[in-house]
Write a protein that binds this ligand. Structure first.
Ligand SMILES: [Zn+2]
Length: 229
């Protein structure tokens, strides 16, 4: 008996029962497919600007506390990546199509964002991810989803590939970002993680350690205070 794909199915995203026409490839409804391609998983929510405020302030404080640290070395990691990406973007090798597109995304980000700002944004995302594991609930449903959210946060910050369209309930103009091919997206994520994960991870760990030290200090203080009563 020949196996056939059902031509009608239901969206596989949890909690969604929209029906979809499928040729065997599509597993999500239109809206979940577009979340999946943007953020790496149909369950993933993007990192909002508001969500980034607190970790960005934490990074700014960390820079202040450690003014003599070699911050320019962390920025150098980004510059090295951008240099590598401009080489890839200028190459004529046809096999590199997705890699070239991914490199272009990174060059675009670098054109409008200062390296220090890139480092801060990446570190802020890693802080969110670190707290995530810390509190036992998962802000990022998969590692890929985290990478995609980080890439999205950078593109949004750089306004790279931004288009405006009018619509929605409030009929105002909304910005959105050119949807990338999954291979382009994943390659861009890989390049960024490869060069920046160490920097982002270290800054995040420093901040989490600082938070823990503060919490320990607070509880020691409370203990002392209650012993006075
Ligand atoms: Zn759906």
């Amino acid at each position: 008996m020949a196996f056939r794909f059902n031509t009608y199915g239901t969206c596989r995203a949890p909690g969604c029962n929209k029906s979809l026409r499928t040729n065997g490839g599509a597993v999500y409804c239109y809206s979940h497919a577009s979340i999946d391609i943007r953020y790496g998983d149909p369950r993933q929510k993007r990192i909002t600007r508001r969500e980034l405020h607190r970790p960005l302030r934490a990074v700014a404080r960390l820079r202040k506390r450690n003014a003599h640290a070699d911050w320019h070395l962390m920025e150098e990691n980004w510059h090295a990546l951008v240099r590598q990406c401009s080489d890839i973007a200028n190459s004529r090798d046809a096999d590199l199509r997705y890699r070239r597109q991914a490199a272009n995304i990174i060059v675009q980000i670098a054109e409008s964002l200062e390296a220090a700002r890139v480092v801060d944004t990446i570190a802020a995302c890693f802080i969110l991810e670190g707290e995530d594991v810390h509190n036992g609930h998962r802000r990022f449903v998969t590692d890929l989803a985290f990478r995609c959210c980080l890439l999205h946060a950078l593109r949004r910050d750089a306004k790279a590939g931004r288009v405006f369209h009018v619509g929605g309930r409030d009929c105002r103009s909304h910005a959105s970002y050119r949807v990338l091919h999954k291979r382009t997206r994943d390659t861009a994520c890989d390049l960024i993680i490869e060069h920046m994960a160490v920097v982002g991870g270290f800054i995040a760990r420093a901040e989490l350690k600082h938070q823990e030290a503060q919490a320990a200090h607070k509880s020691a203080l409370m203990e002392t205070l209650t012993s006075l009563i």
